[in-house]
Design a protein. Structure first.
Length: 390
């Protein structure tokens, strides 16, 4: 934490607009991060402009643990997956790819021993064609969210020595170079110059400027000055769809810290503004972004596509206008859960949902602001003693 706020950088994402060459553009973006179509579902996902998960080349790709198959066996489990996917036996057998934890390809028709788990389950194995139906213009812009990506870090402005490197990076028994736990502030200095995405505790450093053969080689490359191209794999699954899941451990751990930290930030802001007798101080969000004070209607403009008075929000089978969203109380306070009424302003994070810390947008109502910042208490004191200075 820095001055009471939790520092987590933006999620690594890219936006793709609709065009005749959008598939080519996606391929170029993936190549830039050192991944490919075959990594969909494991190292990146795609979402439509409405936020729904899309499948472009992979119907599914995931890691299968022993616990899921030990009761009935692998063959029974896989046949159940096939039936739920409505695939014919012929298409299933032709397209399924099954790999052991060693990388060895396995026969899906045979049960496998526990020591080969977790298994990689992928369908289809080939990615030369988009799945049908492929996304249409109404799904764009697409958002690609990455688990594995490249950071371009300019170290010329960082004051780091060998001791600092040892405090940030650790070599595991397996030989992997990872960012140590509990070094959020130090790791946060390693930030992409264009996107603002930074290293996080637990990140696995896969490669630095082409150096990837050994931990010693990677650490030596990390110690060099200048601009470094660092290929990273984030710890566990922190795709935004997972962070939005109420059962996600990381989401729950972070959410338990957010409210008291945001209340502390509101109090700090109130104290600073009171002492300075001005409002020049910026009010920060727990994610490190700035909270903006907006009319509710302007806040709702950020919920619709295209942004603005004439945009709409697609929610299931509903197409909601700005007026409907305002009147239904679509914006709620993340501190008290209260629906923000049309006549009130709201404090909202400039980062929107593009941050790991709050996978949804972050809003604070005027009532919570007045209470937590001390504005309400100062107003009451002023009424009780009009000659007092606050």
């Amino acid at each position: 934490a820095v001055n009471g706020r939790l520092v987590f950088s933006r999620v690594s994402e890219s936006s793709v607009s609709f065009s005749e060459d959008w598939v080519k553009l996606v391929d170029e973006i993936l190549t830039g991060h050192g991944i490919s179509r075959a990594d969909e579902g494991e190292k990146f996902i795609a979402r439509s402009q409405s936020g729904h998960l899309l499948r472009l080349w992979k119907m599914f790709a995931y890691s299968l643990s022993w616990e899921h198959v030990k009761k009935d066996g692998l063959r029974v489990y896989l046949d159940g997956v096939r039936q739920r996917s409505s695939l014919s036996v012929e298409d299933w057998e032709a397209g399924l790819l099954l790999k052991a934890n060693t990388g060895m390809e396995l026969d899906p028709g045979c049960d496998q021993p526990e020591e080969l788990f977790p298994l990689s389950v992928v369908f289809p194995k080939h990615t030369c064609k988009l799945l049908t139906p492929s996304p249409g213009p109404q799904h764009f812009p697409l958002t690609l969210t990455f688990k594995e990506y490249v950071l371009r870090v300019d170290k010329t402005s960082l004051r780091l020595d060998d001791r600092s490197l040892a405090e940030i990076f650790h070599v595991e028994d397996s030989g992997r170079v990872v960012v140590r736990d509990g070094v959020v502030c130090l790791a946060g200095q390693w930030k992409d110059t264009d996107t603002g995405v930074q290293l996080h505790p637990g990140d696995w450093i896969l490669e630095v400027d082409g150096n990837k053969n050994s931990a010693e080689e990677i650490l030596e490359a990390l110690g060099k000055q200048g601009v470094l191209n660092i290929r990273v794999q984030q710890k566990d699954s922190i795709f935004i769809t997972d962070v939005r899941n109420a059962n996600n451990d990381m989401r729950n751990r972070l959410q338990s810290q957010i409210k008291p930290r945001q209340q502390d930030l509101l109090k700090q802001y109130g104290d600073q503004s009171s002492v300075a007798n001005c409002t020049e101080h910026q009010l920060h969000c727990v994610c490190g972004g700035v909270l903006e004070h907006l009319q509710l209607r302007l806040r709702v403009h950020r919920l619709v596509e295209p942004r603005g008075e004439y945009g709409i929000m697609v929610w299931g089978s509903h197409r909601l206008t700005v007026d409907q969203l305002v009147n239904m109380g679509a914006v709620t306070c993340d501190l008290c859960g209260r629906k923000v009424p049309p006549e009130e302003k709201v404090w909202t994070c400039e980062n929107g949902d593009n941050t790991i810390l709050h996978a949804h947008s972050w809003d604070v109502c005027q009532v919570c602001f007045n209470t937590c910042s001390g504005a309400l208490e100062r107003e009451r004191a002023l009424k009780a003693d009009p000659d007092a200075e606050y």
